[in-house]
Every structure is written in C-alpha cells, then in structure tokens.
Ligand binder design. Structure first.
Ligand SMILES: Cc1cc2nc3c(=O)[nH]c(=O)nc-3n(C[C@H](O)[C@H](O)[C@H](O)COP(=O)(O)O)c2cc1C
Length: 448
C-alpha cells in the first residue's frame, strides 16, 4: 500500500488550464491509498494522450475495477469529482463565430459602468486605473462605460465621449494597457435621448437646467421620462440622419482608439431603446407604430455601424429584454429584434432589462435576467451574455454550465472586487495564471 499521487503526469503537455486543473484535481486526492504499481500505471496511461478530468476519473475507475480490483481505496471514488467547473475559464471557441477570432481568455466580462468622471468627454487617469485594474484582475473582456456619440447624447456632462479624435486618442493608452494584461478592450457607445443632461448619481442624478451646464434632450417623441424631467424635443428626419452618422463615426473612432469589441447601447431606456418601446415612441411616421417600425431606427444604426466596424471584430448589442410594464417592449419583441440584428451581422446580445419607466416593478434577484439570455440564445441561435446580480463564482459557473449564456457580465461585483476572476478561480479550484507581479499573492504560493 502506498500513497497515491501523480507527480506531474505529462504536466506541461496539458494544453490549457482546465486540463492542468484536472491533473491538480487528481493530485488533491493523494490521501487515497492504493496498491503498489497503481500510480505508475496511471502515469503511463496519462502519458499516452491528453486527458480531461472526466477521462482521468474513468481511467482510474477502470483500473480499479480491472487489474487493480481488490485494492483498498480510502474514501469514495465519487470524491474524484469529475469536475465540470471551469467553464468560466474556457475561451469562446465557436469556429463559426467571430468571437473565436478575438480570443477572450475567459467568459468573465466587465459590464459597462458610467463613471461620471470626465471633463468634455475626455477619458483620463481614473478610466485608465478603473478599467486597467479590472484587466489586471483577470477579466476576459473589459467594456468601457456608455460613451456618448455626441455631446447631447451624454447622460451627464461628466460622461465619456467619442465624438472627437482627441477623445479617441486619449483612449489609446487605456486600450493598450488592457491588452497588455491579456484582456480584450471593449467600448459601449450610446446616446441618452430623453434621459440625457442629468447630474451624477452621487449628487442625486436629477435633470440639469441649461444654467447648470445641461441641455434640452432629443427623443423619438416629446414625452418626458417622468415629471422631474424636461420634455425632450421630437427628433426630425435630419436629426435621425445625423445620429446615425454620429454612431458610425463613433464606431470608427473606437477602432482607431484600439478597441476590439464594440457594443451598441440599445437598453436601459436610452435613445435606441426609446425607439423600440411603445411607451416612449409615439411616432406616427415610419419610425413608430408597429413593432417593426419601432425597430427601424436601431436597425438603421446597427447597419451603419456594422458597415464601418471590421467584420473580424465582434459587434455586441445590449438590449433591455423587457420594460417590465404591460404593453411595453417585451421578450417576444426582443427575440424578433435579435433575429434581425443577427442578420445584420451582430455577434452577441448582451441581455439586460428595464429603464424605460422609473416606476417599473422589477423582480430583481440573483441572476434574474439570465432567463432572457437563455431564451434569446435558444430562439435565435446567437451568442448571448447574462448580466444582473451575478456575484458568486458557482452562480456564474452555473449560468454557463446550464447553457443560459455564453458569457457572464458582472457590474457591481467588479466594483467591489476588481480581481474577481482570480479569486473566483481559486474558489472553483481552477488554476489560472496571475500577473507575474502578483504571483506571490497567489493562494497556493509558499510564504517566503
Ligand atoms: C455605477 C454603474 C454604472 C453603470 N453604467 C452603465 C453603462 O454605462 N452602460 C450600461 O449598459 N449599463 C450600465 N450599468 C448597468 C451595469 O452594466 C449592469 O448591467 C447592472 O449593474 C447589473 O449588473 P450587476 O448586478 O452585476 O451590477 C451601470 C451600473 C452601475 C452600478
């Protein structure tokens, strides 16, 4: 009888961290005592080819049931946990999809989050450190906040913008830094429509008057978001043309800035969502009325952006899958819209919800929007992301294992834990590379 351990069975030949983890998973079971020769036999077999943890488990099981039958193994064979953890740390590898061209090292994405920290739309050191530290923390994709395509499209005067070459240039050091950490730099571009010209949330987020550096917002229809908000000016045909061109120009500038993923903000009650929803779009012309008509402006923008955004770079669209109100925008319309944008060359739907009205009753709870992602993924056959109150590693893993989404996006959890992908890996028992500079902080490092 001897202690069973597999010391480096072809270790360096395991192609990625998951199989390396499989090996470590077997290592962890060293307490099990097995017969002389068993370890060598396993090693010999493992040398023959690459094994997943499931294959190693069944190999060990076969040996125990076959030529090594009768040996005593302390503990249950089921302790050989054929680990299905680690989906978070697979890269997206659908051969059919452009998502395989831009290699995300994992499926943990930083959800775009406004920082209200710019002057004249210029990103600065805050954005470098905020986005950069999430890249250091191991996220596969870091998406910069809703970045305005024009000054009037800003949610607040402190929003980031990408309507000038100067802004695009200012983003380049940020994208370079993100990429240097092995993460993909992404940007969300948007226009706030009737929800523009408000103050930072930590100052109450109220609408600003022109005297307070605010401006009159534009929207599909002259309907205020709520009674505190000003009535927006209804967009003319010329406005529509201009905004389409602004989105396309912002996409081109995002490319020059070094972003590799572009996300169109078509959610949360901002301009594009305002066109989709019958609550905010009362137009009588071709841009309003039926669901199909209400979709035409966002479709027009998507088409114009896809034309300038390179085919080999992913285009994401974030939608609100429901307004959470009766007779509003809903899941079936979201599925229909997703089919149409897929046909236009959109690669990924980022599935959020809400934002059209201030008083919607939203049944928020852990992972509450993942059902929308699952429905669109299945109905449309497109890659999707789940977002919303995903906080725990096992919960995030479950979203992927149960095929509700192809990636998870985390927002507030990343504000609390910039290094979430690194700590979550440890919790899930997955071995991932830490930045060289931080190696000595890795939980399994010896204290020196
Ligand atoms: C501070 C903050 C800023 C946000 N800004 C944006 C934004 O710019 N664009 C966007 O689509 N969503 C924005 N969101 C929503 C998040 O991206 C995310 O969808 C939401 O917080 C739910 O995910 P969570 O529960 O993981 O935080 C923001 C959320 C927070 C907390």
């Amino acid at each position: 009888m001897k202690t069973f351990s597999i010391a480096n069975p072809g270790g360096k030949r395991y192609p990625h961290s998951w199989t390396a983890e499989a090996r470590r998973g077997v290592d962890r079971r060293v307490e099990e005592q097995v017969a002389e020769g068993f370890e060598e036999k396993v090693e010999e077999k493992v040398e023959e080819q690459f094994y997943s943890v499931t294959q190693i488990t069944s190999l060990i099981r076969n040996l125990l049931e076959g030529e090594f039958s009768g040996i005593t193994v302390e503990g249950e064979i089921s302790n050989f946990r054929p680990s299905s953890t680690g989906h978070l740390y697979f890269s997206l590898k659908d051969e059919q999809s452009v998502l395989s061209v831009v290699m995300f090292k994992n499926r943990i994405f930083v959800s775009p989050m406004c920082q209200y920290s710019c002057e004249n739309g210029m990103p600065n050191n805050w954005h470098l450190v905020h986005l950069g530290s999430r890249a250091v923390g191991g996220a596969g994709l870091v998406i910069a906040e809703a970045t305005a395509v024009s000054p009037e499209g800003r949610i607040s005067p402190m929003d980031c913008g990408i309507w000038s070459d100067e802004q695009s240039e200012a983003f380049t050091s940020i994208t370079r830094f993100i990429e240097a950490q092995g993460a993909v730099p992404g940007i969300q571009i948007g226009h706030a429509g009737r929800k523009a010209s408000t103050d930072a949330p930590w100052r109450g987020g109220r609408p600003l008057t022109e005297k307070e550096n605010g401006w009159q917002p534009i929207a599909p229809s002259p309907i205020a978001f709520d009674k505190r908000y000003p009535t927006p000016r209804e967009m003319t045909e010329a406005d529509l043309e201009r905004v389409v061109a602004e989105f396309a120009a912002a996409a081109e500038r995002s490319l020059s800035a070094g972003f590799k993923v572009l996300e169109l903000h078509t959610a949360h009650g901002y301009l594009m969502h305002q066109f989709l929803s019958p609550i905010s779009n009362h137009r009588k012309d071709r841009w309003g009325g039926t669901s199909e008509n209400r979709q035409s402006f966002p479709l027009r923008v998507t088409k114009a952006v896809r034309k300038v955004w390179p085919e080999n770079l992913p285009l994401f669209v974030r939608i609100s899958c429901t307004d959470w109100v009766e007779n509003g925008w809903d899941l079936s319309q979201s599925i229909d819209f997703s089919r149409r944008i897929k046909a236009l060359g959109v690669d990924f739907i980022d599935c959020s919800s809400g934002g059209t009205v201030p008083d919607a009753r939203i049944p928020a709870g852990p992972g509450f929007q993942a059902v929308f992602s699952a429905a669109i993924r299945k109905a449309v056959g497109i890659e999707t992301g789940a977002v919303g109150l995903i906080t725990a590693p096992a919960q995030a893993e479950q979203v992927l294992v149960t095929e509700q989404a192809d990636a998870v996006l985390l927002g507030r959890e990343f504000l609390r834990s910039p290094f979430w992908p690194m700590t979550a890996a440890a919790e899930l028992g997955v071995d991932i590379k830490w930045p060289d500079q931080y190696q000595r902080g890795k939980p399994d490092q010896k204290i020196q």
